[in-house]
Design a protein around this ligand. Structure first.
Ligand code: ADP
Ligand code: MG
Length: 245
């Protein structure tokens, strides 16, 4: 039997009331692939994430996680998914470890398993030494790493990150970009990373460039540059995201 992609979105359309914001959008993220969802503000990136996480329900199109349709098999599908939303959702007054234990308890993970999982994920993100610190004392980059560790606790096959570096200083941003790419390299995790920042893209990434809710170009960085007949990725982004649609 052929293996399913980690995430497959087919002909997805979505409207807020009468305002259509996604138009027949299709994209595939393969197992072990880092896919950059690149688009300017208002392109529809967060809306797409809201549909993948079932915050909103779609009426047109199809979303599958590891072959499980999110409408027909929601529990199986969502078990595949880890999410880091743009707004931080950590409890600032709890320690790193307490935040993660709380999350594990909500997921029904036993405390023994949780402790092992917390250690494993925090070590991968270089945060284990800081597990007893109150989150409020951490800088933005370290908080983000805790959120990524938390999203990976249940060993999802797909990690969604919605503009995870916004508001961070340059070294913290680079650390997050490098950590996430390392996670992808280490195993079979698939990542969908929403951003409007070109310098977060690695040469090995797949890029899906969206504007006004439609895919304008996709492929490797060089494919995007070619498709836009541009000189570099910044120029390609500019060319493909100017104009109405
Ligand atoms: P991005 O995350 O790429 O910046 P969004 O998905 O947030 O884009 O927004 C896509 C479009 O949908 C924008 O035009 C935005 O104004 C609109 N939009 C987003 N959320 C809502 C909402 N809850 N109600 C109505 N319109 C919305
Ligand atoms: Mg957004």
């Amino acid at each position: 039997m052929a293996k399913h992609p980690a995430l497959a979105i087919t002909d997805l359309s979505f409207s807020y009331g009468k305002k259509q914001v996604l138009h027949d959008l299709s994209l595939i993220v393969e197992e072990g692939q880092c896919c950059i969802l690149l688009g300017p503000n208002g392109a529809g990136k967060s809306t797409l994430f809201s549909l993948i996480t079932r915050l909103y329900a779609h009426k047109q199109g199809d979303i599958q996680l590891a072959g499980f349709n999110i409408q027909k098999r929601p529990l199986k599908a969502l078990a595949q998914l880890g999410v880091v939303f743009q707004q931080t959702t950590l409890d600032l007054d709890l320690t790193v470890q307490q935040n993660l234990r709380y999350h594990a308890a909500l997921q029904g993970i036993s405390s023994k398993k949780a402790n092992l999982g917390i250690q494993e994920q925090l070590e991968r993100l270089g945060m284990y030494e800081r597990r007893k610190e109150v989150v409020r004392q951490l800088n933005g980059g370290h908080r983000r790493r805790v959120e990524i560790a938390r999203a990976l606790m249940h060993k999802p096959s797909v990690l969604l990150l919605d503009e995870p570096t916004v508001g961070l200083d340059a070294p913290s941003r680079q650390a997050i970009v490098d950590h996430v790419h390392q996670l992808v390299e280490d195993g079979s995790l698939a990542v969908l990373w929403a951003t409007h920042l070109m310098d977060e893209i690695y040469a090995s990434d797949k890029v899906v460039l969206i504007h006004h809710g439609s895919v304008k170009a996709e492929g490797g960085v060089t494919d995007i540059i070619q498709q836009a007949q541009a000189d570099n990725i910044n120029d390609a982004f500019f060319k493909l995201t100017q104009g109405k649609s």
